[in-house]
Write a protein that binds this ligand. Structure first.
Ligand SMILES: NC(=O)c1ccc[n+]([C@@H]2O[C@H](COP(=O)([O-])OP(=O)(O)OC[C@H]3O[C@@H](n4cnc5c(N)ncnc54)[C@H](OP(=O)(O)O)[C@@H]3O)[C@@H](O)[C@H]2O)c1
Length: 259
């Protein structure tokens, strides 16, 4: 049974990976969708697929979450169309590079902080007040195991995801006394476009990252998000860490030797 049939979900970073998988899963649960990301062509193809498969209403908008004015315009357009999201999945994010802090590229730092941290803030600030006024809403922030433990050369990505963890906790306590719920879903390794983005398209390096173990798929994470948003209204899963079985921490991965 789906508790979110007919509800409205806004998913950021819906053009790929976990965001696209959440869109598919929430549409299968009967939710209507608003999909945001920069690659509009991908969003439109996904919207057409989901409208056909599930008869659900899907709107798309080319939104760079780093652009505060664009975020505010897109949120205002939704509200003007009579849509206040019941569910907000703050998923847009990335890792850029992997380098020691003292050797890191400040442009990579800006991309991560502007997207993972400030982008999440801009979207939350533009959308949550409408949820508060409507007296309903569930915010799901996609954090990471990298927001619980640091690893060598993860520094700024780690910091951005530690910040997401703090913001999930912060917005949750700020919404105490309202019916709004806040959840954080924090995955370990997920095979999406994430590593290709981090390594700037170096696919050999991507393959090495996942060598000898089975990472999560975006669908695995979407299934957890669906579970979280389908919980009864008096139940909140505040922080769900979801890991591949072969991974027990950022430092512990069991890799099978090639046969
Ligand atoms: N993959 C992992 O191992 C892993 C583990 C833990 C947590 N996570 C987190 O999961 C989230 C999704 O990552 P993923 O694995 O699904 O990676 P992905 O396949 O690369 O997807 C990232 C999504 O974020 C969007 N995005 C990036 N920058 C954006 C911006 N400035 N404005 C709007 N959208 C933007 C991308 O869309 P456009 O490029 O079209 O804008 C894309 O849809 C991220 O927050 C990531 O930190 C990933």
């Amino acid at each position: 049974m789906s508790r979110i049939a007919g509800k409205f979900a806004l998913v950021t970073g819906a053009s790929s990976g976990i965001g696209a998988a959440c869109a598919r899963r929430l549409a299968a649960d009967g939710a209507h969708l608003a999909l945001w990301a920069r690659r509009a062509d991908r969003l439109e193809a996904l919207a057409a697929e989901l409208e056909k498969a599930h008869g659900t209403r899907v709107s798309t908008a080319a939104v760079d979450v780093r652009d505060r004015a664009a975020v505010e315009r897109a949120a205002a357009a939704l509200v003007a169309a009579g849509v206040v999201p019941d569910i907000l999945v703050n998923n847009a994010g990335l890792a850029a590079g992997l380098a020691k802090l003292h050797e890191g590229d400040p442009d990579d730092w800006d991309r991560m902080i502007d997207t993972n941290l400030k982008g999440l803030l801009y979207v939350s600030r533009a959308v949550i007040p409408h949820m508060v006024r409507a007296g309903r809403g569930h915010i799901v922030n996609i954090g990471s195991i990298a927001g619980h433990q640091v690893y060598p050369m993860g520094n700024v990505y780690n910091a951005s995801k530690f910040a997401v963890k703090a913001l999930s906790e912060g917005m949750s306590v700020d919404l105490l006394g309202t019916p709004l719920r806040v959840s954080s879903v924090d995955p370990g390794h997920v095979r999406s476009e994430f590593a290709s983005v981090r390594y700037a398209g170096d696919e050999a390096r991507v393959d090495t990252l996942y060598q000898g173990f089975r990472p999560l798929s975006p669908d695995d994470v979407a299934e957890v998000v669906s579970y979280v948003v389908n919980a009864p209204e008096h139940v909140t899963l505040t922080d769900v860490i979801v890991m591949p079985t072969a991974q027990r921490s950022v430092h512990h991965i069991h890799r099978e030797e090639p046969a």
